[in-house]
Ligand binder design. Structure first.
Ligand code: 3PG
Length: 212
């Protein structure tokens, strides 16, 4: 396994629950990240879904030293370059095109491509990726899908996102091939917009309590 892949695996295994964040206003980024880090969640996925996303991620990299910033919704090589430029520590995609896999394999950033099928997992493995985002996890079969993929692909580890929640995160994390989970339930966009930092920190603490 490459150093990049090992770094990603170590990071996911240490952090286990990764809030998926859609940030509309740059000024929300730092207090949001501070609330999550205070609640015990260090690894954050900032999705490239808003105009503010890249500036928000950069603000967290610069001003919240306890945060481990990942960039999500990386759809192409250009987004990957944005993530590297921001100083992100890792990147994720909901899927994977051949061009994106090639760019990520050649780049410096630990990257988790998204997969939803066995064939997609095989395409990622062919390029050296063994720690994958399973997306959209609940919609493509949930825990039984992760278990089924564990048969032919015992060396793969998954970070499921999509439909993971406070109610089922512990169940997901108990699966031997689930290394981490991601989701928006800890800090939904509406709570970020409302500046509900205490509520978000409380949800982060509850999520942090899910593992040892
Ligand atoms: C996403 O990319 O939107 C994440 O997978 C979050 O999904 P969720 O909102 O169901 O947690």
């Amino acid at each position: 396994m490459s150093d990049k892949q090992q770094a990603l695996r170590d990071l996911f295994f240490a952090c286990r629950v990764i809030p998926v964040l859609t940030i509309a206003r740059v000024e929300d980024a730092v207090p949001l990240a501070e609330a999550l880090v205070a609640g015990g969640l260090a690894a954050l996925e900032i999705t490239l879904r808003t105009d503010a996303a890249a500036r928000a991620a950069r603000a967290i990299v610069n001003d919240v030293p306890g945060a481990i910033v990942g960039v999500g919704t990386v759809l192409n090589a250009r987004d990957l370059a944005v993530a590297e430029d921001i100083g992100a520590r890792f990147a994720l995609s909901p899927g994977a095109t051949p061009a994106l896999l090639d760019a990520a394999a050649a780049g410096a950033l630990p990257f988790a491509p998204g997969v939803a099928t066995a064939s997609e997992a095989m395409a990622a493995m062919e390029r050296g990726f063994h720690t994958l985002k399973l997306f959209p996890a609940a919609q493509v079969g949930g825990i039984s899908m992760a278990r089924a993929l564990g048969g032919p692909f015992p060396d793969l580890r998954f970070c499921p996102t999509g439909g993971v929640s406070a109610a089922n995160a512990a169940e997901w994390l108990a699966e031997p091939n689930v290394i981490a989970v991601g989701g928006s339930w800890i800090a939904p966009a509406a709570d970020i917009g409302a500046g509900a930092w205490d509520t978000i920190a409380q949800r982060a603490r509850a999520a942090r309590a899910l593992w040892g």
